[in-house]
Design a protein around this ligand. Structure first.
Ligand code: IMP
Length: 181
């Protein structure tokens, strides 16, 4: 079993690069069924975590794809109510367009619960969410997730865009935290 150490924490491989690539291809195929080049979606990838997933996913699409990277950061205090900061200036014109929001992981769901309602006034024809990972035990909001790659246990993960204090994003596989000895 492959493992990596970041600071005092050890992580073990949980989803290999090959398993991820197969899932991204499957998600891409599903999304290709739902859209055409006549009415293509705008893909909005939420930064930083989703940048690698979005780059791989959008290269699966058969339709012409407009990709927008959007910084959305959640600041979590001692309480679980996350405050979410959204860079609205970087948003594309969504009027009369289909939108796909691409997330790396839905954990508490605070980010999407804060962001999705802000889209209601933008005139989009439809808004769907595609997330690579979902922690069902951690979600605190009723979110409609159209495309989900993997449901995973409520454990901290890194790799494939996901970080621990800014580290680990470049790992090709996804690693799950191991209990400290
Ligand atoms: P949420 O708002 O709690 O759903 O989480 C949103 C963001 O928190 C994700 O887009 C990630 O950037 C980060 N995050 C949540 N869980 C993890 C994890 O297990 N590893 C790394 N980042 C995470």
């Amino acid at each position: 079993m492959k493992s990596v150490k970041l600071g005092e924490h050890k992580f073990q491989e949980y989803l290999s690069a090959e398993v991820i690539a197969n899932k991204v291809a499957a998600l891409g195929a599903k999304i290709n069924n739902d859209y055409t080049s006549d009415d293509p979606p705008i893909v909005i990838a939420l930064l930083n975590g989703a940048f690698i997933f979005a780059a791989d996913l959008c290269r699966q699409f058969d339709f012409e794809c407009q990709l927008q990277l959007l910084r959305v950061s959640s600041y979590k205090g001692m309480e679980s109510t996350g405050k979410v900061k959204i860079d609205h200036d970087a948003e594309p014109d969504m009027n009369n367009r289909h939108i796909i929001i691409v997330e790396d992981i839905v954990d508490t769901g605070n980010t999407l619960a804060a962001y999705l309602p802000t889209l209601k006034t933008k005139g989009a024809k439809s808004v769907k969410v595609c997330t690579l990972l979902l922690k069902p035990e951690a979600v605190q909001h009723d979110l409609e997730l159209a495309y989900v790659g993997f449901e995973i246990p409520n454990k901290f993960v890194i790799g494939y865009g996901l970080d621990y204090n800014g580290r680990g994003r470049n790992l090709g596989a996804i690693y799950s935290i191991m209990a400290n000895k």
